[in-house]
Design a protein around this ligand. Structure first.
Ligand code: ADP
Ligand code: MG
Length: 279
């Protein structure tokens, strides 16, 4: 039996709002409501939904950057939110994140070498020279130059900064990369370049993505399945081709209608053979 890469079960996240009146109970936002899905290794999942539908909340919970109100996230058989701190720190090698804003997510005071090697430094056990070598390799993989290591984020364009963020995510050789709106802040011409890079890395390194976007057109290139999130619930899930041709939920039809070019979407690359997980 192969464990799925990720199993999300009955995930709920409520936020308590600041109390408006002293004698009234504080308000609550149900950001996620009973969300369940699995991601098999090699089958990237797109999460699509409008602003406020709970996408970033879901990303933070899957990355164990936030705690669910109830429900669980199991990664390769380990319940992430119940792992002891030290175990969780080690487990982070297998899953990394790319954030939406390539300006805000890179510390402007740190060199590219520092930024890109940060996940390795957090794992510990490597010398600076080892980490530098690995940083050079990942910069090659994302189409940047080795002598970029000594530079600072402001010396790069938006698309290049997102390549740096992808290099940082890639450096621990993760199984899963969660990318939360990775191209939304970029010019349309640059978006395609970054998505093509992500597609190449998917094939080259066997990366599985959980790719979040408000735009169905962005996810269909990279993802084998798409889950449509609406008001904190998954209302529809399936291969992108099926959603394009036979959407069941009204909100999905709105998303399909928003894709400008109605030509039939290309079929994403064949899923990679699922790797066996050691017990
Ligand atoms: P998306 O990424 O799809 O735009 P989010 O996950 O950011 O959606 O937000 C989902 C809902 O939860 C929204 O209604 C948002 O206002 C609310 N929310 C998100 N984070 C917080 C927070 N820290 N405190 C209170 N409400 C929040
Ligand atoms: Mg968001």
């Amino acid at each position: 039996m192969t464990e799925p890469l990720v199993r999300v079960q009955n995930l709920v996240r409520e936020y308590t709002l600041p109390r408006e009146k002293l004698f009234q109970p504080p308000g609550k936002v149900h950001a996620l409501n009973d969300v369940s899905f699995t991601i098999e290794a090699g089958r990237s999942l797109g999460i699509v939904g409008e602003s406020g539908s709970g996408k970033s909340t879901l990303a933070r919970l899957v990355m164990a950057l936030d705690t669910p109100t109830s429900g669980s996230v199991t990664m390769l058989g380990r319940d992430l939110h119940r792992l002891p701190r030290e175990e969780l720190r080690k487990a982070r090698r297998d899953f990394q994140m790319v954030f939406q804003d390539p300006y805000g997510s890179l510390d402007p005071r740190q060199t590219i070498e520092r930024i890109v090697t940060e996940p390795l430094a957090a794992q510990g056990g490597l010398t600076r020279a080892d980490m530098r070598k690995q940083a050079e390799d990942v910069l090659d993989s994302v189409g940047l130059r080795r002598n970029d290591l000594g530079k600072y984020p402001h010396e790069f364009s938006g698309g290049q900064r997102q390549r740096i963020a992808i290099a940082r995510a890639l450096i621990t050789r993760p199984r899963l990369i969660v990318a939360d709106e990775p191209v939304s802040a970029l010019d349309v011409s640059v978006q395609a370049q970054v998505l093509n890079l992500m597609q190449d890395l998917q094939t080259e390194f066997g990366i599985t993505y959980m790719l979040i976007s408000h735009d169905l057109a962005v996810v269909h290139h990279l993802c084998h399945d798409v889950a449509v999130l609406w008001q904190g619930r998954i209302v529809e899930q399936g291969p992108p081709q099926r959603l394009f041709t036979d959407a069941q939920h009204e909100y999905t039809r709105t998303l399909v209608a928003a894709v400008p070019n109605p030509e039939p979407p290309s079929v994403p690359a064949e899923p990679l053979a699922a790797r066996t997980v050691e017990p």
